[in-house]
Design a protein around this ligand. Structure first.
Ligand SMILES: [Zn+2]
Length: 214
């Protein structure tokens, strides 16, 4: 399944959450970022996310995420430098957008860099006792070394992702974040299940690939 398809569904889930829960622009950005990220994260595995033939739209989305993240990070850094105020939610959004654009690249250098980012998040989480960052950092550091549609495409990974989402929700004190994280990740597994290769939901307990199309 193409990365842009997963991303489009993820953004849809984020928009639905932004409409459902009490609205602020900040919260909307967070719901959309978490949903988009969750809908793409299973493909943090060794899989090349946006297939080797990148369409124009995929390329544009990737560059927008990458440079949007960079621009937002610069903005947050400037406000911090200028007024000593750290906009934590915006900083998170910037980091997520940057990583999203970045993970869409492919190859072993991509794997190493994604792992390094995961390691940095893990380190930061451990230094500051931030539970979701520890879980998320671990996930990002390990996932690139899993084979294509392996452990990241299982019920176990979905449960782990839900736990990370719950920890993030209590950190941000923002209702619905864990639901959005679970819905995003689940949407990825379901859409992959609709492809001919299917998904091994219970791997390694069962190596049977579950698919809807035959
Ligand atoms: Zn996938």
């Amino acid at each position: 399944m193409k990365g842009t398809t997963h991303l489009a569904i993820g953004v849809g889930i984020g928009l639905a959450a932004a409409a459902y829960y009490p609205f602020t622009p900040n919260n909307a950005a967070l719901y959309i970022t978490v949903a988009a990220f969750s809908s793409l994260s299973p493909d943090l595995d060794g899989n090349s996310m946006l297939s080797s033939k990148l369409g124009k739209v995929s390329k544009l989305v990737r560059e927008l995420l990458l440079w949007g993240g960079v621009a937002l990070a610069i903005g947050v850094a400037y406000v911090y430098y200028d007024q000593r105020i750290l906009h934590q939610q915006l900083a998170l959004t910037a980091g997520a957008a940057f990583l999203l654009g970045f993970i869409a690249k492919e190859g072993s250098i991509r794997n190493i860099l994604v792992s390094l980012i995961g390691g940095a998040v893990l380190y930061w989480g451990m230094m500051n006792n931030i539970t979701w960052m520890i879980g998320f950092g671990l996930f990002v550091a390990i996932a690139p070394w899993m084979h294509h549609r392996g452990l990241t495409h299982t019920l176990w990974a979905l449960i782990a992702w839900g736990a990370i989402g719950a920890a993030l929700e209590s950190e941000l004190q923002l209702e619905g974040i864990s639901n959005v994280a679970i819905a995003g990740y689940l949407s990825h597994l379901i859409t992959d299940t609709m492809t001919p290769a299917g998904v091994k939901w219970l791997y390694p307990l069962s190596k049977k690939s579950i698919k809807i199309m035959h």
